[in-house]
Write a protein that binds this ligand. Structure first.
Ligand code: FES
Length: 154
């Protein structure tokens, strides 16, 4: 069930969009900010609130890679896997990051602290490799900086 806060926040933004379909991504991001991910139950409630089918909302969520349909850790590390970062060795850095955390790409640490996910170009190609942690961009993310940067996230 949507919380009172989630519902209020969504309803307050509805007027900013031409129709509820246009509001669907924002509505799911609001739920995600409150819960960390978008549950099936939330999707059903959003479907009623916005007058859209669950299948349509799920389709949007699947297409838009910043909407999460599975639980994640307290901090989400998005590792860019597009061309510039790939050329600058992101595969090696990602492997080192996952080894440090003891997980595979897509996994969550046992203590629920981090989830590591791939993402397309973050728009920081001139400072590749790039990662984004909880929405904050970290450029020139090389092996020497992994520990220092992760330590900023409890
Ligand atoms: S290719 Fe990674 S930031 Fe653009």
């Amino acid at each position: 069930m949507l919380s009172v806060e989630e519902r209020k926040e969504i309803e307050s933004k509805l007027a900013d969009y031409p129709n509820s379909q246009a509001m669907s991504i924002e509505a799911m991001l609001i739920v995600q900010r409150h819960r960390g991910w978008v549950t099936d139950e939330s999707l059903r409630d959003l479907s009623e609130l916005l007058g859209l089918s669950v299948a349509d909302l799920d389709g949007v969520a699947t297409f838009y890679n910043l909407i999460r349909r599975k639980p994640v850790g307290r901090h989400v590390v998005h590792v860019c896997d597009s061309v510039s970062c790939w050329i600058m060795g992101v595969e090696r850095v990602c492997s080192q990051l996952c080894t440090n955390l003891g997980i595979a790409l897509g996994g969550t640490t046992a203590d629920g602290r981090f989830t590591v996910l791939p993402i397309v170009c973050l728009g920081a190609c001139d400072h590749a490799p790039a990662v984004m942690i909880d929405g904050k961009l970290h450029e020139d993310f090389n092996g020497q900086r992994i520990e220092e940067i992760l330590a900023q996230y409890e």
